[in-house]
Design a protein around this ligand. Sequence first.
Ligand code: SF4
Length: 142
Amino acid sequence: MVDVEEIDLKNVNLEKYDKKVGDSKDFVCVICPNSCRLHVEVGPTGEVDVQGYQCKRGFEYGIQEFLQPIRMLITTMKIENGVLPVIPVRSNKEVPRERIFDAIEVVNQTVAQAPVKMGDILVDNLLDLGIHVIASRDMEAK
Ligand code: SF4
């Protein structure tokens, strides 16, 4: 995740985030039902500017979504010896969007073993990102 509290928007390492002067993005803030329309742009001197937000959370969302979009991983995993053949799982933190398909691949190749308790870690340190995949519910053994 981008450390929005710490990042200096006048001196962003654009290369790190695969951005260049003039890049911009328009999107809707999804943090609350107000659905503010955000415009984020890299200005002529390399500074990153956000427009259209109405609060700090929206500002931070705009920076994050522009520089490094992240998404929660929510899917299912095969489980052996369970009362059901699959178990719903999720990441404990957001995953960089460009790694989501790799993350799903890891989950698809993993088979949990029942019984499982909600919150149990089923994949530790997913893709070396320091993120866990955890069970979203209990699953009894057969
Ligand atoms: S900018 Fe703030 S008020 Fe607007 S949608 Fe985002 S969270 Fe809500």
